[in-house]
Design a protein around this ligand. Structure first.
Ligand SMILES: Nc1ncnc2c1ncn2[C@@H]1O[C@H](COP(=O)(O)OP(=O)(O)O)[C@@H](O)[C@H]1O
Ligand SMILES: [Mg+2]
Length: 268
């Protein structure tokens, strides 16, 4: 254990900028997440939430700014770019486990094979050790009995839990989760949320983009509201949901929270 990874925030994003052609998507985003912190990012479609997570995982290369995860730091901008080796990029990327809305499991592999492929191929772990760890991780997400099942024989919620186990198998320092419950039938959302709550309780540092406001309220210590490529508002769930400081957040909350039955008007 080195001292540099034990002090300060686990994730530090500083003045991050990203454009796609003429479209400026991230406009100077800065965010710190403490060790074991859970941040929920909310905001309208197109506000840059996915791009922010993809930048932290280096699936997109930021135009400028800085990202630090644990003891590893990346600076972006013209002068630095040529100096970053593929190896540095891979090591940085491995520190962040990413889970997407669509599970992206390998269809021709069992649940266990999906979970062990990364450790065996990328981390060069022995098959025996990878399988032992893989079974533990499947048990952790409640799928001990589905190790030999193929994705087509699993429900959406089960597939997403395999995807979470697969990300954990790489031993990430932090987890990034992009709308991981959005593609699920409503009755399957709870089982995935339970797994995420357990991860949070275990002390995993997480940034999650979610539409599940009930979950965000309970599991996140900080809510970040993104709007037009910027962090518009940030604070504890109770403050953001009960007393939004900006008109943009107030109208976003009005639009997404279910209307209570007594004020629902009959349609037609
Ligand atoms: N690879 C890309 N190429 C071009 N435009 C993109 C790309 N990825 C995202 N965008 C644009 O960036 C904006 C933000 O997208 P995104 O980060 O996916 O927002 P969110 O996740 O908040 O809905 C959108 O206008 C989107 O069309
Ligand atoms: Mg998105």
């Amino acid at each position: 254990m080195s001292a540099d990874t034990d002090a300060g925030p686990m994730i530090e994003i500083a003045d991050l900028w990203k454009s796609f052609g003429a479209v400026e998507v991230l406009k100077g985003v800065s965010l710190r997440v403490g060790r074991g912190g859970v941040i929920a990012i909310i905001g309208p479609s197109g506000s840059g939430k996915s791009t922010l997570l993809r930048c932290v995982n280096l699936l997109e290369e930021p135009d400028r700014g800085q990202i630090r995860v644990g003891g590893r730091e990346m600076k972006f901008g013209e002068r630095r770019r040529s100096r970053t080796s593929d190896r540095e990029l891979a090591a940085f990327r491995a520190a962040t486990g990413m889970v997407f809305q669509h599970f992206n499991l390998f269809p021709h592999m069992t649940a266990l094979e999906n979970v062990t492929a990364g450790p065996i191929i990328v981390r060069r772990m022995s098959r025996r050790m990878a399988e032992a760890e893989g079974r533990e991780l499947l048990a952790k997400v409640g799928l001990a009995d589905k190790a030999e099942a193929y994705p087509t024989h699993l429900s959406g919620g089960q597939r997403q839990r395999v995807a979470i186990a697969r990300a954990l198998a790489m031993g990430p320092a932090v987890m990034l989760l992009d709308e991981v419950t959005s593609a699920l039938d409503p009755e399957l959302v709870g089982e995935v949320i339970n797994v995420l709550e357990k991860l949070a309780t275990d002390g995993m540092t997480m940034i999650l983009v979610t539409h599940e406001m009930g979950f965000a309220r309970v599991a996140a210590d900080t809510i970040v509201f993104m709007h037009q490529g910027q962090i518009w508002e940030k604070g504890p769930p109770s403050r953001l949901f009960n007393a939004p400081a900006t008109a943009e957040l107030a109208s976003f909350i009005d639009a997404i929270l279910p209307v209570s039955p007594e004020v629902t008007h009959p349609v037609g």
